[in-house]
Design a protein around this ligand. Structure first.
Ligand code: GLU
Length: 250
């Protein structure tokens, strides 16, 4: 297994969403990523995850870039913007659709809320019921022909338990059932966080993803996506979060 000291060179990245100013927790993640890249003779990259069109602002982006440069955390290559890479995400989804690893989901907000309530009543984490995955081919084709609004979801493999070795936590296993078929593309054609991260990290040659442990379940989703897209997953390391005396994220 690779380790921080002997592994590398590591291509790492920092991937903030420009929806507000950087907080201390983000800055720590960026510093660790830059140090690992430097120590191993690799590269430190920066990607702005600006796919939330309502919440991303140019002012937040400018503040993040200014703060990183002030902190001596400028990236080793020009910054990437996810909003300028939509074609890449669409290509990945077309491939998954062609291989029946993804399907259109026509569910309304009300139906999805119903699913969330039902899961909560059974003390389960909120997850999609899989309603549209069971739709007949005829109905699916008819609704697509009619132009009904739809998202695209990933079809989870039968046995979706994911196990991996985390460079900080050691052996991690996320049980099947921790999440359902998740969204890849929203109905407006913009990618979900999980799809965009996998496509971009692979395209940018990132071989070590170091981020907060609040992303552990996302890592499981992402490993399934790397597999479905025939891509090699990077090494993963999840650090603890910076919290205040009440245990709330800083
Ligand atoms: N945009 C995500 C965040 O700010 C990035 C997480 C990741 O590093 O993959 O939490």
């Amino acid at each position: 297994m690779i380790n921080f000291k002997t592994g590398g060179p590591f291509v790492t990245r920092f991937a903030p969403s420009p929806t507000g100013a950087l907080h201390l927790g983000n800055v720590r993640t960026a510093i660790l990523n830059q140090l690992l890249a430097r120590q191993s003779g690799g590269k430190f990259l920066l990607r702005l995850e600006d796919t939330d069109q309502e919440r991303s602002t140019f002012a937040a982006e400018a503040a993040i870039l200014w703060s990183l440069s002030w902190l001596g955390l400028a990236p080793d290559e020009p910054v990437r913007h996810q909003s300028l890479r939509l074609g890449l995400y669409k290509k990945a989804v077309d491939r998954l659709m062609a291989e029946d690893r993804a399907y259109p989901c026509f569910c309304s907000e009300a139906e999805l809320e119903q699913d969330r309530l039902e899961a909560a009543a059974k003390n389960l984490p909120p997850r999609y019921s899989g309603r549209c995955s069971r739709m007949s081919d005829e109905e699916r084709a008819e609704r697509l022909r009619r132009g009904d609004a739809h998202a695209i979801r990933f079809r989870l493999p039968e046995k979706a338990e994911v196990a991996f070795t985390d460079l900080i936590k050691g052996q991690v296993s996320i049980p099947a059932g921790a999440f359902g078929d998740f969204v890849l593309l929203r109905s407006n054609g913009w990618p979900s966080y999980n799809l965009a991260v996998v496509v971009d990290d692979a395209d940018m040659g990132v071989n070590l993803v170091l981020r907060g442990e609040d992303h552990l379940t996302n890592t499981a989703r992402q490993i399934l996506l790397y597999d479905a897209l025939g891509l090699t997953a990077p090494a993963f390391a999840h650090h603890g979060l910076l919290v205040d005396p009440e245990g709330k994220k800083l």
